[in-house]
Design a protein around this ligand. Structure first.
Ligand SMILES: *[C@@H]1O[C@H](CO)[C@@H](O)[C@H](O)[C@H]1NC(C)=O
Length: 342
């Protein structure tokens, strides 16, 4: 026991910065896929996918919630129970929309108000009741994203930065975070934007979003970023590193790479940002380890972790990507060697 303990302690010391990091997977689609008959196996043994992930070192489940189906609050509550049983922490990703929210889409839910005052009240009560529901069922939310890829704000057009400036978006985020602080004070709050490698986008957003009387820097615990290699060749690891170093030097916040993936296969017409990394399971591991290196290089231990986006979405492997397949399983649901990302 002494020897093993020493060995473990040595290992933990060598990997000091990694020992506490978040190794995430966005598994939002999992119950939906299972309802369609899809299952997963690891080394020839069929198991629930979240168990496979946990057995391979994943310790965080990212779960998106829409204001309409299929990703409803009750769907997410059930998935959170499974993630907790598997030993994972929970990152809830609120889209504040009836459908996908991203830098080009932030539609107000059909049954929500369409003025700023009404929306401030609505986002507060919705977020408060949702956070309370997770606590009540015994799966308090560890991390919560208020909005998804909100580079141009949320709840358009009221909270759309390019239309109405930062005031609306800043108030709405403050209302949402006030609800989290009230209902679930231990939950860490995350503001998430796309293109974390793009220092100019990142600086534009964070230099505008904090407004006295609305969103304050203290409201936000973590800055979250998407970082994908197939939407532009500027998304290099060195660009990510300098962008994140810049934002940390100004705001001193923890950083989560809240969405990323690397293709197993991709059309040759897509120009990847790091063309030396192969399109393979080995390449998927290289990409994530390179991002880990970027995070480990940030000051004050601010590199919190990485979330791999939807590693098991069989039948929809090209969604959210310019490439055909970035999954960590093959089309039969068998794990690829890249299941050992972390
Ligand atoms: C998936 O991998 C398993 C295990 O290696 C293999 O038996 C199966 O044929 C593969 N399925 C496909 C569609 O490649």
């Amino acid at each position: 026991m002494g020897f093993l303990h020493l060995l473990y302690a040595t290992f933990a010391f060598i990997n000091g910065s990694l020992a506490h990091s978040l190794n995430g997977a966005d598994i939002s689609s999992l119950p939906l896929l299972e309802s369609q008959g899809i299952s997963y196996s690891d080394g020839g043994i069929t198991k629930p996918f979240e168990i496979i992930l946990a057995e391979h070192g994943f310790n965080l489940a990212r779960i998106r919630i829409w204001t309409a189906g299929p990703y409803t609050q009750s769907y997410a509550l059930a998935l959170a129970k499974r993630a907790q049983t598997a030993g994972m922490k929970i990152l809830v990703d609120l889209h504040y929309s009836d459908t996908w929210a991203d830098p080009g889409h932030q539609a107000i839910p059909a049954y929500w108000p369409t003025d700023l005052s009404g929306l401030n009240t609505q986002i507060y009560t919705y977020t408060r009741d949702l956070a309370s529901a997770f606590s009540s069922q015994g799966t308090p939310i560890d991390y919560i994203q208020v909005g998804n890829e909100i580079n141009d704000g949320l709840l358009w057009p009221i909270g759309q930065i390019s239309v109405n400036g930062f005031q609306g978006a800043s108030e709405l985020l403050h209302s949402a975070i006030s609800a989290v602080r009230k209902a679930s004070p231990a939950t860490k709050t995350v503001v998430h934007i796309a293109n974390g490698w793009d220092a100019s986008d990142v600086n534009f957003f964070f230099s505008g979003i904090f407004i006295p009387g609305a969103l304050s820097e203290n409201d936000v615990d973590i800055f979250g970023f998407s970082f994908y290699p197939f939407y532009g060749t500027g998304a290099t690891l060195s660009a990510l590193s300098s962008s994140l170093k810049g934002v940390i030097s100004t705001y001193d916040k923890d950083i989560l790479v809240a969405e990323t993936d690397w293709p197993f296969s991709c059309s040759s017409s897509v120009a990847l940002s790091e063309p030396s990394i192969p399109l393979s399971a080995a390449g998927q591991q290289t990409w994530v380890r390179d991002i880990e290196d970027v995070l480990a290089g940030l000051s004050n231990g601010h590199g919190l972790g990485i979330v791999y986006w939807e590693p098991g979405w069989i039948g929809n492997a090209a969604l959210g990507s310019s490439c055909s397949d970035a999954l960590l399983v093959n089309s039969s649901g068998s794990t690829r060697s890249s299941i050992n990302l972390f």
